[in-house]
Design a binder for this molecule. Structure first.
Ligand code: ZN
Length: 234
C-alpha cells in the first residue's frame, strides 16, 4: 500500500533543497537568496510553502532576513549548524559503513570518470576548489563548506548531472551524520595531501590512480568516523 503524501512534504523538500545547497557550498555564507516569488518558481513550489520552509531555516539559524530597501534573505555568515534538520541519535557503525559504501560507489567512480573526461578548464576549476579547501584547513565552517564543494566538484568534473546530484546528496547526508556526533572536529590533517593526490590523479588522466586516490581518502574518512562512533560507545 502506498502511504499518503504528508502535507509537510513540500516544506520538507524546500528545507532539504536549500540545506543541500548550503552544505554542498552552492550557497555560501552571505549569499542573498532570490526574492520569494522567484525562488518559489525555481523550486517549483507555492510561495506559501516556500515561506514555511524559509521560516524553519531561519529558526535553525541558516538564513537571516533583513527588511528595508536592501533587505532580503541571506545565508547566515555565522557557522551554520544543520543539525536541527537532521536530529537523531549517534550514528551506528553500520550507518557509517553504509555511508562509506555509498560514497565509494559514487565518488571513486566519479574520480575515475573525471580522469578520463575532464579538460583543462575543468581541472583548473577543480584546482580552485582544492585551494579553497587547503586554505580552509585552519578550521571552522568554511573548511566544511570548501571540503564539501571540492567533493561535489569531482563528480561535476565528469559532466554527469546525475553523479553531481548524487555527490551533493552525499555531502548533505554526511553533514547530517557529522551533526549527530559531538562537534566541532578539527579538520582531518591527511585531507590536504589526499585531496591534492585526487586532483593530481585526475589531472594525470589515469582512471585507476584517480579511483585509488579517492578510495584512500574515503578509507581515511571512514576510519575517522568509526573511531569517533567507537569512542561514543556505539
Ligand atoms: Zn575530503
Amino acid at each position: 500500500m502506498l502511504s499518503p503524501i504528508e502535507p509537510t512534504t513540500a516544506v520538507d523538500q524546500v528545507i532539504h533543497r536549500l540545506a543541500q545547497a548550503i552544505s554542498s557550498g552552492i550557497l555560501k555564507p552571505g549569499d542573498q537568496l532570490p526574492v520569494e516569488a522567484e525562488l518559489a518558481a525555481q523550486l517549483n513550489v507555492a510561495q506559501m510553502t516556500l515561506r514555511q520552509g524559509l521560516n524553519i531555516l531561519r529558526e535553525l539559524g541558516c538564513i537571516e532576513t533583513t527588511r528595508g530597501r536592501n533587505g532580503g534573505s541571506f545565508i547566515t555568515t555565522r557557522p551554520i549548524d544543520l543539525g536541527g534538520v537532521f536530529q537523531g541519535n549517534t550514528p551506528t557503525i553500520a550507518e557509517v559503513q553504509d555511508m562509506t559504501d555509498f560514497r565509494m560507489a559514487i565518488e571513486n567512480e566519479s574520480a575515475a570518470v573525471a580522469a578520463l573526461r575532464a579538460d583543462r578548464v575543468t581541472i583548473e576549476a577543480l584546482r580552485v576548489k582544492l585551494n579553497d579547501c587547503i586554505a580552509g584547513c585552519d578550521g571552522g565552517v568554511d573548511h566544511w563548506l570548501s571540503d564539501n564543494a571540492f567533493h561535489v566538484s569531482i563528480s561535476a568534473a565528469t559532466g554527469s548531472a546525475k553523479l553531481t546530484k548524487a555527490a551533493a546528496q552525499i555531502q548533505l547526508e554526511l553533514h547530517g551524520l557529522y551533526n549527530r556526533l559531538a562537534r566541532p572536529f578539527e579538520p582531518i590533517l591527511p585531507h590536504k595531501t589526499e585531496h591534492t593526490e585526487i586532483l593530481l590523479a585526475i589531472e594525470s588522466g589515469d582512471p585507476d590512480r584517480a579511483w585509488a586516490a579517492s578510495n584512500a581518502h574515503l578509507v581515511t574518512t571512514h576510519d575517522f568516523l568509526i573511531s569517533i562512533v567507537e569512542k561514543l560507545g556505539k
